[in-house]
Design a protein around this ligand. Structure first.
Ligand SMILES: NC(=O)c1ccc[n+]([C@@H]2O[C@H](COP(=O)([O-])OP(=O)(O)OC[C@H]3O[C@@H](n4cnc5c(N)ncnc54)[C@H](O)[C@@H]3O)[C@@H](O)[C@H]2O)c1
Length: 390
């Protein structure tokens, strides 16, 4: 056996303190482990320092399994730990505001899972904390980092589809389609349940803002179809309901019309995010079930309409956004990779003093999505079109 004898520049170590070792805790940890060897030139080395979870029975086991050096069960201990550079909040939705605000006050860089906060007042406090902080703050709208989504954004910015007239976005899942399931098994949250609009609608709204621009007003229906689910959680009022489906018409500042729809009772749909954008000179279509394909109709004015239609572009060329660091053309990448790419861009910004905007979603973006969701809820209650005011 021959030992390698290659000198590798010392990368900048970034100590990670991660809250929550469930689905997202595993997903973010996976990203940190892969970043050093996928992105060697950036010289960023996330170090899995402390894993925190209130569940003492699993946090010790998961810390050992994931490779964290230490673990704890109290997030206050984690955000006060002077060794931690990046606090990563993968806790349930109600556990986002206080730990993130405390971590920012303690000078940490912060990653917070979406939705940033259930209540718009909390999202406003988080935005203010981020604005006053020395650290960077990201809300994880990870679909921004699918190469086909970013490629679409670049085509739009280059004027390739002209002025945008329409966007139709949907995010459909079926986790709640069985009405006998209790809310805990349906939503991405424990009590107080944030609902499907916060859980997945937030991603769809972020795609609207990311690709088309700011929204002026909304007219929405937000509905709970199964009002009598069992309510098992302690402290949860018997009459609590969380939304299962939402639809809204969006009026954009640039004159575009949007339709956004989210559902957690879309029977048969496992994780179906997708959109179509129609512009004066072309159209774009993408969905998560075909994550590497951007369907594009380009240069549609003044030519031969008989040849117009959608072309499937395999967004797997090394020159396509984010792809060059991964595999050769045609070797697909997916949901997991966008999570890794997103975390890399955040750590690269932290380590190498680069800006987060315009591609990483910031706490300003998380706040704006919370404002839009709040406006959709009010519009549904009142039956009125509702202005967006930040
Ligand atoms: N970006 C995405 O695509 C995506 C996908 C799924 C979930 N999410 C979001 O990620 C977050 C986490 O979701 P998940 O599916 O990983 O949840 P999960 O239930 O699988 O994991 C949450 C973990 O947090 C722990 N926890 C709860 N309260 C705590 C507290 N006060 N202190 C310490 N630990 C606590 C729980 O014990 C659990 O291990 C949610 O905000 C959710 O909306 C994002």
């Amino acid at each position: 056996m021959v030992m390698h004898n290659v000198a590798i520049d010392t990368p900048r170590e970034i100590n990670i303190g991660l809250l929550g070792c469930g689905f997202m805790g595993k997903c973010h940890t996976n990203a940190y482990k892969k970043i050093p060897y996928i992105y060697p030139a950036a010289k960023v080395a996330p170090r899995l320092k402390v894993l925190c979870d209130q569940n003492a029975a699993i946090v010790e086991r998961e810390a050992a399994r994931y490779g964290f050096e230490e673990y704890c069960t109290d997030w206050k201990e984690l955000v006060a730990d002077a060794r931690i550079d990046v606090f990563d909040n993968c806790g349930p939705d109600p556990v986002h505001p206080e730990p993130c605000i405390a971590a920012l006050k303690n000078g940490k860089h912060v990653i917070c899972e979406k939705p940033m906060a259930i209540r718009v007042e909390d999202a406003r406090r988080m935005r203010a904390a981020a604005a006053a902080a020395t650290g960077m703050a990201m809300c994880t709208f990870n679909y921004r980092f699918m190469p086909a989504v970013r490629f679409a954004k670049d085509l739009i910015a280059a004027g390739r589809i002209g002025a945008i007239h329409h966007i139709r976005v949907h995010y459909l899942q079926m986790a709640g389609h069985d009405p006998s399931l209790p809310p805990d098994k349906v939503w991405y949250s424990r009590w107080p349940f944030s609902g499907g609009l916060q859980g997945i609608g937030s991603h769809a709204i972020d795609q609207c803002r990311f690709l088309v621009g700011e929204i002026k007003s909304v007219s929405a229906l937000v509905r709970t179809f199964n009002k009598d689910r069992a309510i098992p959680s302690a402290g949860c009022p018997a009459d609590v309901v969380s939304d299962e489906g939402a639809a809204a018409i969006l009026d954009f500042e640039n004159g575009a019309i949007g339709v956004v729809e989210s559902s957690v009772v879309a029977t048969g749909r496992k994780n179906f995010l997708g959109w179509e954008i129609n512009g004066s000179h072309g159209s774009l279509h993408w969905d998560l079930e075909h994550p590497n394909s951007l369907f594009a109709c380009l240069a549609g004015v003044g030519g031969d309409d008989s040849l117009l239609g959608f072309t499937e572009i395999s967004v797997t060329e090394s020159g396509h956004p984010y792809v060059g660091d991964w595999w050769p053309q045609g070797h697909n990448i997916g949901w997991e990779h966008a999570q890794i790419i997103e975390k890399f861009h955040f750590l690269d910004a932290v380590a190498n003093n680069k800006p987060l905007c315009p591609f990483n979603a910031t706490f300003e973006d998380g706040y704006r999505v919370a404002v839009i969701i709040d406006a959709m809820r009010r519009s549904s209650r009142t039956g009125q079109r509702t202005d967006i005011q930040y």
